[in-house]
Design a protein around this ligand. Sequence first.
Ligand code: NAD
Ligand code: AHE
Ligand code: ZN
Length: 368
Amino acid sequence: MKTRAAVAWQAGQPLTIEEVELQGPKAGEVLVEIKATGICHTDYYTLSGADPEGLFPAILGHEGAGVVVEVGAGVKSLQAGDHVIPLYTPECRQCKFCLSQKTNLCQAIRSTQGRGLMPDATSRFSLNGKPILHYMGTSTFSNYIVVPEIALAKIRSDAPFDKVCYIGCGVTTGLGAVLFTAKVEAGANVVVFGLGGIGLNVIQGAKMVGAGKIIGVDINPARQELARQFGMTHFINPNDVENVVDTIIQLTDGGADYSFECIGNTKVMRQALECCHKGWGQSIIIGVAEAGAEISTRPFQLVTGRVWKGSAFGGARGRTDVPKIVDWYMEGKINIDSLITHTLKLEDINEGFRLMKAGESIRSVVVF
Ligand code: NAD
Ligand code: AHE
Ligand code: ZN
C-alpha cells in the first residue's frame, strides 16, 4: 500500500512529504494507522546528525497513537480496530532483560531497531524501489506503519489520539523518571534542569508524589509561568546567578535529594550531579547527548554518596505501564493538554522543528 510520510533524506535537511510504499505486516507484525504524533527533541537530535545511530533516508517520529488496521500471522494480543501507542522500548516479557525485573530495556529487537530495520533485518518502507529506513522501531511521521506486536501498547478507545500520542514518549519519560527510576518520596527536594517537553513532565511527576521544593532551571525565562502551573516552587535562570550549583545547595539546605537533567548538555549533567545532597542525592540523566560527548566529575562526588543514574522511557514497561498512564490522563490525574502548544498538519512538520529550536513550543503534535 501507499502511505503519506515525512522523509528525512539527510542530516540537517528539512523533511519532505512523500507517498511512500509500505509492505504489509509479516508474522508477528501489525499494520497501524497513525492518527497523531508528537515531535520530540530526540527527533531533532537525530535529524541534526549528532546521533551515532542516525541513518538516512529514514522516517523519523516515535511519539504516536493510532488504530490497528491488520495483524500478521500469529499475532494474538491485538486485532483490527484496537487503539494503540507504538513503543520504541518494546516489552516482549521473555528476554533476559524483561525477565530480570530490573530494567525496562527489552532487547528482543534492539539490534535491528538500531539499524532502522524490522526484526527480519529488512525495511517495510520504500520509494521508487529504494528502501527507506524505520526509526526507533516506530516511524510515526508516517500515516501508516508496520511494527512488531511486542512494540504496541493497547489503550482504551475513548482516549483522544492528538493528546495521548505524547504518552508515547515525553509524558511517560518525565513521569516515569520520577515514579519508576528515582522513586521520589513525598517531601523530597527535586531539581529539574530543562523545562521543555520532558522536564515539565518531571515537574508534574514530582508534584504528584508530594515532593517538597521543586526547583526548575532553564535559560528560557518564558518557561517559568507554565512550570509554576505544573508545581515548580522555585525558578533559576543560570544567566541570572553566579553559580547554579551553589544557589541550589543554599536553597535546599545542602543539596537536592533528586535532580533530573532533561537537556542533553554534558556540562549541565555535571551540575545536576554536583547539586545533589552529600550522602544520598541522586541525579537522573534523561537528556541525550551527541556522539562523542562524555560526562565527568570528581570521583569524590560519588565517593561521598551522590549517585548518577540514567533513565530511558522513564523506566516504564510499555505494554504494562502506558495503558495505565492513558487512564490517569482520562481520569484527570495528569495534565497533557496544557503542554501541547501547537497542532500542525503533516505538511507543516518542519515548522514544528522550528518552533522547538526557537523555544516557542513545548510540544507540537502533527494530526494526520
Ligand atoms: P525541549 O527542547 O522541549 O526542552 C529542552 C529545554 O532545555 C528547553 O526548555 C531549553 O530552554 C532548555 N535548555 C537548553 N539548554 C539549557 C541550559 N544550558 N541550561 C538550562 N536549560 C537549558 O526538549 P525535550 O523534548 O524536553 O527533550 C529534552 C532532552 O531529553 C533531549 O535531550 C531529548 O533527546 C531527551 N529525551 C530523552 C528521553 C529518554 O528516554 N532518556 C526521552 C525523551 C527525550
Ligand atoms: N541512538 C541514540 C540513543 C538515544 C537514546 O538514548 N534514546 C533513548 C530514548 S530518547 C526518546 O526521545 C533510549 O530509549 N535509549 C535506550 C536505547 O536503547 O536506545 C544515541 O545517542 O546513540
Ligand atoms: Zn522522545
